[in-house]
Design a protein. Structure first.
Length: 173
């Protein structure tokens, strides 16, 4: 298991395991970004057309949709920044602040998801509820492990949390 320094003068140093993956990170994040963009283009944008069957329902819920979209998008965009070894090493205070924004975004977006899905087929609201609860649990575990300085466990919980965030986005419609 890789060791991480907790000395404030040194900052957080990645263990040897994360250095082995360093060349692959930009490629993997680029692939993930392209996949996310394709979901947005082929699934989300068509709903904005007035002829789409879900347009009227989503438009009637716009005051619920706006905070959900804003906070879910915030969590989705902050994730890659939080996984950046360079950001953690160079500015730990910023990493912590962005982490708090991520946690707040998860709380709001997760709370709104089940409310917004009640008009979908029978199974969908329940899957949204389960996903939201799992997202809260993994994010809460990540937050608590970071507060208790269990950095390796924190990284694992954050990976789980972000995986739930991305699966929520990809199955939104």
């Amino acid at each position: 298991m890789a060791q991480t320094s907790l000395n404030p003068q040194e900052g957080l140093r990645p263990g040897p395991r994360s250095r082995d993956l360093a060349p692959a990170k930009p490629v993997l994040w680029t692939i993930f970004a392209l996949m996310t963009l394709s979901v947005f283009i082929f699934t989300d944008l068509p709903i904005l057309k007035p002829t789409h069957p879900l347009h009227a329902v989503l438009y009637s819920q716009r005051w619920l949709q706006l905070p959900h979209i804003a906070t879910a998008l915030t969590a989705l965009l902050l994730g890659p920044l939080q996984f950046s070894t360079r950001l953690r090493q160079r500015n730990l205070a910023r990493h912590r602040l962005l982490g708090k924004f991520y946690v707040g975004s998860v709380l709001v977006a997760g709370a709104m998801a089940p409310i917004l899905t009640w008009h979908y087929p029978a199974f969908f609201p329940y899957s949204a509820m389960v996903n939201a609860i799992l997202w809260w649990v993994t994010t809460g575990a990540a937050f608590l492990t970071a507060r208790n300085r269990h950095i390796e466990q924190h990284r694992r919980w954050m990976a789980r949390s972000y995986a739930l965030a991305s699966t929520s986005f990809s199955r939104a419609y």
